[in-house]
Design a protein around this ligand. Structure first.
Ligand code: WA2
Length: 283
């Protein structure tokens, strides 16, 4: 009899965890497809028209009104590829200088409100990726060189060489107290065929469309939609580096006996994620 009860508990935990993992993965996938479509929108209407048929006002309104298509994202933005020789002309045209991203170890009191006006100009580099268009929810990153942040930079380089949507490892997003991830798609000068080489892709790159995911608040929102939140504890991990697993969501894990693990597919084969589920109480 006891064995039967134990087996049923295992099955219950498994099905609850499966359902949550599937929901999270599906919502992530839906968002990713829509962010991909936004990259094509920018390619068609910004780069494909002379003069561009999208400005900040249009991009802001369109991305806000379609935000229901991107569950789990906190905002989308577009960063333009600017080479150093074009910097002066670019800055004159936009009426602002390209800013350096402020990293965590820098003195926050110097730029208390993260107002881009208070940020330092970017030092000289071969190229930059200043944000020129943004959803209002992430307007604080406009004019910041996304190549000046370690995670954003790595994502940009990987996105443009691969032509695929790529994810950062979890890091503390600007103006957020939580860990999040950024999804990036490169935008190319022309439509490229699937067999295009990385070198050709890098050459043809004109910009980067990115979305930020504030993981704790968005996963919370998702799990609250499901009943019996009081029964199980859910954790989400980035397990890309097995010797340095990063907890992205949920409290510190306490061993309450049964554990169920689901692997999560967020669409970037270079990153591995897992969901861990436990009952809150021992039987
Ligand atoms: N978006 C929002 N908050 C952030 C952030 C980001 N990156 N990086 C740090 N905090 C425009 O990949 C190009 C978005 C980067 C895209």
């Amino acid at each position: 009899l006891n064995e039967g009860i134990q087996l049923r508990r295992e099955e219950t935990l498994e099905s609850m965890c499966d359902e949550r993992a599937r929901m999270l993965q599906d919502q992530f996938n839906v968002s990713m497809n829509h962010v991909h479509a936004l990259a094509i929108l920018v390619s068609t209407f910004y780069h494909g028209k002379q003069p561009p048929a999208i400005d900040q006002e249009t991009f802001g309104e369109y991305t806000e009104r379609t935000s229901f298509e991107r569950p789990l994202t906190s905002g989308v933005a577009y960063a333009l590829r600017v080479r150093h020789f074009e910097r002066e002309k670019f800055e004159k045209e936009h009426g602002w200088t390209i800013k350096k991203m402020e990293t965590e170890d820098q003195d926050q009191t110097l730029a208390q409100d993260c107002d881009p006006e208070n940020l330092d100009p970017s030092p000289v580099h071969d190229e930059y990726a200043p944000v020129i268009l943004s959803q209002d929810t992430v307007s604080h990153i406009v004019s910041i060189d996304m190549m000046s942040g370690k995670e954003d930079r790595e994502n940009i380089l990987r996105a443009r060489a691969s032509g695929k949507g790529v994810l950062t490892s979890p890091f503390k997003l600007l103006k957020s107290n939580h860990l999040g991830v950024v999804l990036t798609f490169a935008v190319y000068k022309t439509h490229l065929l699937p067999d295009t080489t990385p070198e050709q892709r890098i050459k043809a790159t004109v910009g980067y469309l990115g979305a930020s995911y504030d993981v704790p608040s968005l996963v919370d929102k998702l799990l609250h939609q499901l009943a019996s939140k009081q029964t199980i504890v859910v954790n989400v991990y980035d397990t890309t580096n097995v010797s340095a697993v990063i907890r992205m969501y949920g409290p510190e894990e306490i061993d309450t006996g049964l554990l169920h693990v689901n692997s999560l597919d967020f669409g970037d084969p270079a990153r591995k994620h897992e969901m861990h589920c436990r009952f809150k109480q021992r039987p």
